[in-house]
Each structure stands twice: as structure tokens, then as C-alpha cells.
Ligand binder design. Structure first.
Ligand SMILES: [Zn+2]
Length: 63
């Protein structure tokens, strides 16, 4: 229950990687090519939870 976006959370370790069991085909992360939680039919750039989290942090910490 430690999920949630706290304000100005910079330089923190990524959350535990969610193990993905075999399931429906997932789109690959455009950054690390790991399976994301989005279906393959998702259009546009798909990011895995880790990369999405990093991108969000990067944007929030810019400057
Ligand atoms: Zn990724």
C-alpha cells in the first residue's frame, strides 16, 4: 500500500518489478523492450511501469 505519487519524489529507487506471468500478448516497452501492461493493440509509444515511472520522475525533476 505504498503506491501513489508523492510530490517531488526525486532520486528514489524504482518500485519492485511486477512479474508478468504468461498471458495475453503485451506491447513491448519502447525503451527497454520489456512487456508492458498494455495490449499489443495499443497505439503509440508504450512504456513499461518502470520506464513510465522513470519518465514521470524525469519530467517532474527537470530543472
Ligand atoms: Zn521499459
Amino acid at each position: 500500500m505504498d503506491e501513489g505519487m508523492d510530490d517531488a519524489y526525486c532520486g528514489t529507487p524504482a518500485p519492485d518489478p511486477a512479474p508478468l506471468d504468461a498471458g495475453p500478448p503485451y506491447a513491448e516497452c519502447v525503451l527497454c523492450r520489456k512487456p508492458t501492461e498494455y495490449p499489443e493493440s495499443t497505439r503509440g509509444a508504450t512504456l513499461c511501469p518502470v520506464c513510465a515511472w522513470q519518465e514521470a520522475g524525469r519530467t517532474a525533476c527537470s530543472g
